[in-house]
Each structure stands twice: as structure tokens, then as C-alpha cells.
Unconditional design. Structure first.
Length: 215
């Protein structure tokens, strides 16, 4: 499947994407994970992105488009991909349309995961992430704690609160989302590709996607 996952930070894009990869081997492409990996590795891209990310601002469109142009041409994308956290602005959506046309790739659908703002805020404050850049498994200290406190079930690395998951940065990320990213849903609605699924559980969202794709 070739899908875009839209929705506020904390809507569950990453969790839904991971569940969908298990259905048909499509790969999850998370721009947030790629950027955090670059920051940890100290690459030029990471150095440039770091400040924006810590503040809860979007990194410049030009940086993201460079990453995605390369990533979408890698072999593992041939069987399908789930775009998680991209496109996040109207210019990114417009450039993605051009890029996909150039690469001869047709999207199945843009899924808008709709979750109430109070649920989102609460979730982000209690979210924890495995600090191992190759893992980045997500936990929630209230609803999905690791078996051993503070330690990733999958790889044994410490789980930490992300630098952009302070209350202040979370508020700013949600404002940025409303201003810059929410309009992207309208873009895909006009293109006839949007499907909005309301639900606070990833199982409901995954079931909705499968139904829509007829799988
Ligand atoms: P969340 O969806 O929970 O905000 P992500 O992991 O998707 O978290 O993104 C973390 C940060 O990475 C964002 O706040 C932003 O700074 C940057 N980022 C990720 N994807 C994009 C994108 N497509 N365009 C601009 N910035 C991005
Ligand atoms: Zn881990």
C-alpha cells in the first residue's frame, strides 16, 4: 500500500504505520525518526534540523524534500510505503505531488487520523521513546508502559522523554500543526484521496484503512 498518514502529533501515526507494515511489508517512512537519527549522528542535516526540532518548529521544507526524494527511490519502497509525518505543509504536499509523478508512483490514499485535542495533549505528556536511534520504539507511561520501568522491551536501551515533549514545546507543536499541517488534509480532500478516520485506538484506525483498501 502507498499511503500518507495525516494527523496531529500524538494522533498515533507511528503506531498505525507500524501495524500496517505487518500487513503487506510496506515500509514506514517517518521524517521525525530520520531527523532524530541525523541529530544523534551529528550529520550536517542533523545540525541544521536540531534547533527547529527542539523548539517544536518545523524544519525548512527544502531539507525535508531532499530527504524524501532520496528515500522514496530506495528499493524497499517498491512494495509500498507509509508516510508518517510528511507532508506537513502545503508546499511539501505540492512538491510531493510533482515528485511522485516524476517517479511514476500513485498514492492509494491519505488517511487523516482524527483525535480530540485534550486526548492528544495528555498522550504527548506521557509519551516516552526508546533512545536507541535504530529502535525508537514508543511507550506511554500510563497506557503502554515497558515491562521494566525506563527500559525498552525490544532492545534494552533507556526510554526517555523527547526534548520536544516538554509542555511548552508540545503546546507549540500543536499550534504549528493547526496552522501549517491541518490544511494539508484539505489539499488531499480536493485531490479525492482523503479518508478521515476518527478513533483513539490504533486498532480502529487500522481496521478502517483495511476496509477502505478492501484488504
Ligand atoms: P510528531 O508528529 O509527534 O510531532 P515527529 O517525530 O513526526 O513528531 O516530528 C518531530 C519534529 O521533526 C517536528 O516537530 C519537526 O520539527 C520535525 N519534522 C518532522 N517531519 C517534518 C516535516 N515533514 N516537515 C518539517 N519538519 C518536520
Ligand atoms: Zn528500543
Amino acid at each position: 500500500m502507498k499511503l500518507i498518514l495525516l494527523g496531529a502529533p500524538g494522533a498515533g501515526k507511528g503506531t498505525v504505520a507500524k501495524q500496517l507494515t505487518k500487513i503487506d511489508g510496506s515500509v514506514q517512512i517517518s521524517t521525525g525518526d530520520i531527523l532524530r537519527g541525523a541529530v544523534r549522528a551529528g550529520t550536517d542535516l542533523g545540525k541544521e534540523a536540531d534547533g527547529y526540532m527542539t523548539r517544536g518548529d518545523l524544519v525548512p521544507d527544502s531539507l525535508i524534500m531532499g530527504i524524501m526524494e532520496e528515500r522514496l527511490q530506495e528499493d524497499d519502497c517498491k512494495s509500498g510505503f507509509l508516510l508518517d509525518g510528511f507532508p506537513r505543509t502545503i508546499p511539501q504536499a505540492e512538491e510531493l505531488t510533482v515528485l511522485l509523478e516524476k517517479l511514476g508512483i500513485k498514492l492509494d490514499m491519505a488517511v487523516n487520523i482524527d483525535v480530540p485535542r485534550d486526548v492528544i495533549f495528555d498522550r504527548l505528556c506521557t509519551r516516552r521513546t526508546c533512545e536507541n536511534p535504530d529502535c525508537q520504539e514508543i511507550y506511554n507511561i500510563k497506557s503502554m508502559p515497558p515491562k521494566k520501568e525506563g527500559i525498552c522491551d525490544k532492545c534494552g536501551s533507556p526510554i526517555v522523554q523527547r526534548a520536544d515533549e516538554t509542555e511548552e514545546a508540545i503546546g507549540h507543536r500543536l499550534d504549528t500543526y493547526n496552522e501549517k499541517t491541518a490544511p494539508v488534509a484539505g489539499f488531499y480532500e480536493k485531490a479525492g484521496l482523503l479518508k478521515t478516520i476518527t478513533g483513539t485506538s490504533s486498532d480502529i484506525v487500522v481496521a478502517g484503512v483495511k476496509k477502505e483498501l478492501g484488504i
